[in-house]
Design a protein around this ligand. Structure first.
Ligand SMILES: *Cc1c(COP(=O)(O)O)cnc(C)c1O
Length: 523
């Protein structure tokens, strides 16, 4: 195992000029039945509309000199133009409803339609966060019930429901740790240990909460190096942020010892629970000594994500941290539900409020539907199938690709680029060739501790038939790579509407705003 010191090569290869890389070979610019589509500002004009409004009644303006005299510049489209614009864009977007989406660490699983049906029920879909409590008792009950499921599945005493993403949940957990340390007068405890295989959001969340980050190296088998961890312990340690299963798709087998070590120096154990999909019904984080952990409802509990909508990152808290939970939260009194909105009474020790309201209601209703429709046995089965599917992929490809570590994996299979040695083909080329095969590429060049990493997470929602087709494509590509068909790979993707883009340039100098002048100047 060696560090990925090459970084992720994202610019088009030298052998391909940008023009060749994005050649348009048809008169129309369309490719097959895939329509070329311009920006809405380029096709729209302010004088067109899809809706006819009755002439507005003249009213006396009260704006004085503040009335706008220039055009607003909104792009006007007729109804069929608007329809086509968005349908064309949607067809350029790969989606979980379209095919296998094997992005490791992202848990792109099927979003059951039953979830959608429940989320659209008027009592859940049409409520407003400022409605009086007495009119939203059902919505509060749903949140309370979901909290109960989350606490039961994790074996933890409390959960903060407000965080709106995994990273937001990390922030909530670290803020609770910080509040507890401050309450105890432990202001010298500011160092947080983070394994080098951590998701990038972990060190970012720790720093955002005023901690410094100290990296722990990985051992040869892809887990935390326990000896290195012991050396890093000290009185100034505030805690550790550890992902389990980790980003190599492996269970941290020393996790209980790690928890004990951190607690022995008065620190707290934050566990990144984004990969809870591999554990539900099999392992309860509360039994492992964890103090705080976020769950991604938009991963493990099937709510849509990845351009598909908002996330939700409820964060479970141990007895040591629960009274510091963010506002607001739901409490049950008799048969009524109430939101604790300020730092008196139940909320006296809160670290504060991290967003205006109580979280993502639409995600709560979907996640609870998923849980209740599966039942506890079904949730356990989903986890077992997710792990089985990942191991099926790893086992089916291990003779032509190179698994990064030996043994069984959890819910995702990790390969390095060893099988591409001396072929002239890189992980990036391989991923681009997958696009031609009709698959969204796996996560690549992450985790950083594995050279040219390819991280594949099939999830439980793929059938054996789907997995076999995917495996056949991967095998075929691996065999082509070994036959050194370098030009084939460097040309890929040839069937995509856009071919190799300069991703580095796009990330470093993103053009986020359309300006008419820019277009004029280019003409
Ligand atoms: C997805 C993920 C996160 C971040 O979750 P967001 O909802 O994208 O903020 C954090 N850690 C791990 C391991 C993840 O897979």
């Amino acid at each position: 195992m060696s560090m990925n010191n090459q970084g992720r090569p994202t610019a088009p290869s030298d052998t391909m000029t940008n023009a060749a890389a994005n050649d348009v070979t048809t008169i129309s610019g369309n490719k097959g039945l895939m329509q070329a589509e311009s920006l809405i500002f380029e096709i729209g004009t302010p004088r067109r509309t899809g809706v006819d409004f009755a002439e507005a009644k003249a009213v006396k303006s009260r704006l004085g000199n503040n009335a706008r005299t220039s055009e607003i510049g909104l792009p006007g489209l007729t109804e069929p133009q608007a329809m086509r614009h968005y349908v064309r864009l949607s067809q350029k977007n790969y989606a979980i409803d379209l095919g296998v989406y094997p992005l490791g660490s992202c848990t792109m699983k099927h979003n059951p339609r039953l979830n959608e049906k429940v989320a659209r029920m008027p009592g859940f879909g049409d409520v407003h966060p400022l409605q009086p409590e007495s009119t939203v008792q059902g919505a509060l009950e749903l949140m309370h019930e979901l909290s109960h499921w989350i606490c039961t599945l994790t074996g933890m005493p409390a959960v903060a429901m407000t965080p709106k993403a995994g990273a937001h949940g990390e922030w909530a957990g670290m803020a609770a740790i910080r509040a507890r340390l401050d309450a105890d007068g432990h202001t010298h405890k500011r160092r947080v240990l983070v394994p080098e295989s951590a998701h990038g959001t972990n060190p970012a969340s720790a720093v955002q909460c005023g901690f410094t980050v100290d990296e722990i190296p990985a051992s040869g088998d892809g887990r935390v190096n326990l000896a290195a961890l012991k050396e890093k312990l000290g009185d100034d340690v505030a805690g550790i942020m550890l992902t389990n299963p980790n980003t190599c798709g492996l269970f941290e087998r020393d996790i209980i010892e790690i928890a004990d070590l951190i607690h022995s120096v008065g620190g707290y154990f934050y566990c990144d629970g984004a990969n809870f999909n591999a554990l539900v019904g099999r392992v309860r984080p509360g039994d492992l000594g964890i103090d705080a952990m976020h769950l991604n409802l938009h991963k493990t509990f099937s709510t849509p994500h990845g351009g598909g909508g908002p996330g939700a990152g409820p964060t479970v808290l141990s007895d040591a941290l629960k009274e510091y939970a963010p506002l607001p939260f739901v409490v049950k009194e008799g048969d009524k539900y109430r939101l604790v909105e300020d730092n008196t009474g139940d909320g006296a020790a809160t670290f504060g409020r991290m967003c205006a309201f109580h979280g993502q209601m639409g995600m709560f209703s979907r996640a609870l539907t998923y849980m209740m429709s599966h039942g506890s046995d079904g949730l356990r089965q989903a986890t077992e199938d997710a792990v089985l599917n990942a191991n099926y992929i790893q086992a089916s490809l291990s003779d032509v690709m190179s698994p990064a570590f030996g043994g069984v994996c959890m819910h995702e299979a990790l390969f390095d680029d060893h099988f591409l040695d001396d072929t002239g083909v890189t992980t990036l080329d391989f991923a681009k060739a997958m696009i031609d095969e009709g698959y969204h590429p796996m996560t690549m060049y992450f985790p950083l501790v594995v050279h040219g990493a390819m991280l594949i997470e099939p999830t439980e929602s793929e059938s054996k038939g789907e997995l076999d087709r995917f495996i056949a494509s991967m095998r075929g590509l691996a065999i082509k790579a070994k036959a050194k068909e370098v030009e084939f790979f460097q040309a890929a993707p040839v069937h995509a509407p856009m071919r190799r883009l300069d991703e580095t340039q796009a990330a470093r100098k993103p053009v986020l705003r359309w300006r008419p002048e820019v277009v004029d100047a280019a003409e």
